[in-house]
Ligand binder design. Sequence first.
Ligand SMILES: [Zn+2]
Length: 317
Amino acid sequence: MASTAARSVVPQKDLESFQAHLNSSTRILALLGAGLSASSGLPTFRGAGGLWRTHDAVELATPEAFGRDPGLVWQFYSYRRHMALQAKPNPAHYALAELARKKEGFMTLSQNVDGLSPRANHPPEKLKLLHGSLFDVKCSEFFCKHTESNNYTDPIVPALAIPTDESDPTTISALQARELDISDENVALPELAIRDLPRCPKCKRGLLRPGVVWFGEMLPTQVLDDIDKWMADSKKIDLIMVIGTSAKVYPAAGYVDSARAKGAKVAVVNMDRADMPASGLYKGDWFFEGDAAQIVPEILKSVVGEIKEQPDLAVEA
Ligand SMILES: [Zn+2]
């Protein structure tokens, strides 16, 4: 893991004022988005140049699509699981996990489904996944509550293996080179039999499905309740860090406003100055422009120390 100690990417004055505030903060929130995972080399779901074109991804990420063609939807998610497992947690994921161990009153809300924060050993009770995870699977039967967390098996069933033959046009490298996706009509996909898809081990009837929030679905109630409780328990919130997300959409935007209403200063870490929370920045807030993987460990260093090589829990598993 590269050290960021050699050169500072953050203006010294901003670094000093931020760290002075961080050191004395007791109630801290972090809001994480796709920009954090982009630092790990993972294409964003909607981002320009992303491997999956928006309309394809949106069409596949619905309960209706799963009902109509579970084989195709599972191939899409098997591919996304595979890509996420190719990426590694970056120093920002490890620094945030360490901050969670050092600061009792630190809570992280993530919009990412890529499993990188769990793999960086972020304490699970301090990590709320607003959109679920690619590595959670659950039964698709309405009355069966079976769920599995941190299932890193790739492929999840043999039929969902991604071809590795270089001459095959559906291999990862071939797809990346052509910026195609597996739902492209020019890429032949194997027809999958329902019996070859992952099946619920509990009810033995339902298909397992990815534990992500699909378009048209509610955000996980337990997660929202936990966050509401944390907010309600906070008389004052000292700081909210907005990392790799514009926090313009619900519920993320609301959390920035709620934290601010309880006195929080806002620190934004983003590649693009245009990606700003809807309420903008106030005097005394911070904007750290650049790569989260470099900036986050640097600004948190006064509490977490130097971030060293760490185990990746998906590899350990
Ligand atoms: Zn079941």
